[in-house]
Design a protein around this ligand. Sequence first.
Ligand code: AMP
Length: 114
Amino acid sequence: MSEKTIFKKIIDREIPADIVYEDELCLAFKDVQPQAPVHLLIIPKKEIASLAAIEAEDQELLGHLLLVVRKLAEEFELSNGFRTVANTGEEGGQSVDHLHFHLLGKRALQWPPG
Ligand code: AMP
């Protein structure tokens, strides 16, 4: 078994995080290096490395994660808009090998990303 990712350690409460939402399937917490006034990470409790590793059996879980994104966008009053990002792999800029959706809001975000 490979070493636990930092996000798995957060799920297992081995390291602290500013958790804003939790249910049986997922966890959401504040990004430690926020890139916007609201910057949350939504992660499945199931260990999935990235969007490149999802399988058909994960379909319902993935839909659930996006519903949690919408719920948190409402809770954090992102009615002017928000951005949801899943960096994937080396060229996608992924730094933690546990699937996560970034939820960014409360500022005007530029496009395209760098
Ligand atoms: P990515 O680069 O897309 O894989 O995103 C990983 C994100 O996790 C980055 O935005 C980091 O700032 C964030 N991060 C890393 N370690 C922690 C931590 N212990 N608590 C909260 N966020 C973290």
